[in-house]
Design a protein around this ligand. Structure first.
Ligand code: FES
Ligand SMILES: [Fe+2]
Length: 462
């Protein structure tokens, strides 16, 4: 883990108080993980634009990075029973994830050992008793052992050869099923550290997929992910959010090559907001994303701050809506936004008010297109059945997030603002005469980390 740099030196000139200053001033209980700061200066050289457009660079990513990193593929709840399966594709690579009769989840290369046919198409799920190729009907059991070969007398030369399906590494944490195509990959727990320790209290295994949105974008997958790892763009792209979230005071942490975080307090106006809002205006603003749950009941009591009201109301309303006991969560765990970036493709938001997982992948093998997925993960009721995971809803680039049933349209508008920038950025990158992008040292450090970690994979140092 890198040694934390001096936060004062890194943020010299910042006007807003830091998230930590504000939490200390509030004096409410804060879990250890959220009292932690891990700032890092990673250099200030420009990042070459060709990394977003060059087909050769993209091909190297596919060969050297995507084949060797842990990638979140599905939730356990997508494959609860023996025979349930899920297909995860990345570029030309494909994993068939199967729950066996013994309940163990295994991953196989999704390609027939006869003439190569894919067993199941990408991004599909379903249930089967055996893995059966649709072309000539060779079969394998759920453990990947070869079963039936029609007219087997004609292939005597497979006798004595290993025709078990090649495996893909599988790891499970917090109800998330991860895969890694590299047989020698480090254990998932090591790769994710310190996330499992930081987020133990959230019990992410006891969440269900309430909503699953897929959005097609005309930009490189890295540009798509990078649009969500900094809060710097809020002042220009989402000015309506400045009322209730302090852009400049957002905390950025670098934990490892694979894990970073930002931490932003809600109910704290940006220094750019003038005149300063009333506490009731702050509470109203903080309902973004949860309006369907909270209704109009967030009324201030004498002496309460906006943040205390919001935590109280949200806890009460969510307990009623989901039948789950949320009393173990501190205010910051309820209402604030921390998001943990997991290299290369995922961003996890554990907090209860915006409980989400993002995923960013190329579409096919095109450096100029990507798929952004957004899942809302609500608590499973304490008593009663686990709700089925929502089916993905696909949006084309021109489709608005505000059209998604069950998604707060105010939040939908925010995502339209985010994704609205990305075609322009990709086109501008291709039009540029400047060689690369120039990044902010502190607020855009997570963009730089993505590139530095990627370079380590391309150079085979990781
Ligand atoms: S290609 Fe799979 S059985 Fe022939
Ligand atoms: Fe944004």
């Amino acid at each position: 883990m890198p040694v934390a740099d001096d936060i004062k030196a890194l943020t010299k000139g910042r006007v807003s108080p830091s998230a930590q200053d504000l939490l200390r001033k509030e004096g409410r209980p804060v879990p250890e993980a959220f009292e932690l700061e891990s700032p890092k200066f990673l250099g200030n050289e420009d990042i070459d634009f060709s990394r977003y457009t060059d087909p050769d660079f993209f091909a190297r990513e596919m060969e050297l990075m995507w084949t060797r990193t842990w990638q979140w593929a599905c939730r356990e709840e997508h494959i609860p029973e023996p025979g349930d399966h899920y297909v995860y594709d990345i570029g030309p690579h494909s994993a068939l994830i199967v729950r066996g009769q013994d309940g163990v989840i295994r991953g196989f290369i999704n390609s027939c050992l006869h003439r190569g046919t894919k067993f199941r198409p990408g991004s599909t799920c379903g249930s089967f008793d055996e893995i059966r190729c649709p072309f000539h009907g060779w079969t394998w059991d759920l453990n990947g052992a070869l079963g039936r070969v029609p007219y087997e007398w004609d292939v005597p030369h497979i006798q004595g050869r290993d025709f078990s399906l090649p495996q893909v590494k599988v790891g499970v944490w917090g109800g998330f099923v991860f895969i890694n195509f590299d047989e020698d990959a480090m254990p998932l727990e090591d790769y994710l550290a310190p996330i499992p320790e930081h987020l133990e209290n959230f019990g992410l295994g006891d969440r269900f997929v309430e909503l699953h949105i897929e959005k097609e974008l005309s930009c490189n997958w890295k540009a798509a992910k990078e649009a969500f790892v900094e809060n710097y763009h809020t002042q220009e792209t989402h000015p309506q959010l400045l009322l209730g979230s302090d852009d400049e005071g957002t905390q950025y942490d670098i934990f490892t090559d694979h894990v970073c975080r930002f931490f932003c307090l809600f109910g704290v106006p940006s220094q750019l907001v003038d005149p300063r809002p009333s506490a009731q205006e702050l509470v109203d603003q903080m309902l973004t994303g949860d309006r369907s749950l909270v209704g109009d009941e967030a009324v201030m009591r004498e002496g309460e701050s906006a943040r205390v009201v919001m935590a109280r109301v949200l806890r009460t309303q969510m307990e009623a809506a989901y039948g789950a006991d949320l009393s173990r969560f501190t205010d910051t765990e309820m209402i604030d936004v921390s998001q943990y970036g997991i290299f290369p493709s995922a961003i996890l938001f554990p907090q209860l008010s915006l409980p989400m997982m993002y995923r960013f992948r190329p579409i096919g093998e095109d450096p100029n297109r990507s798929l952004f997925e957004l899942l809302i993960l609500r608590p499973v009721p304490d008593d009663g059945p686990r709700p089925l995971p929502a089916e993905p809803m696909r949006l084309k680039e021109e489709d608005s997030f505000t059209t998604v049933p069950g998604f707060d349209p105010i939040l939908g508008h925010v995502y339209d603002q985010d994704t609205g920038n990305l075609r322009a950025q990709q086109e501008g990158i291709r039009a540029a005469r400047k060689k690369g992008e120039t990044l902010l040292n502190y607020q855009e450090v997570r963009v730089r980390l993505l590139h530095q970690t990627l370079d380590k994979y391309l150079a085979a140092h990781l």
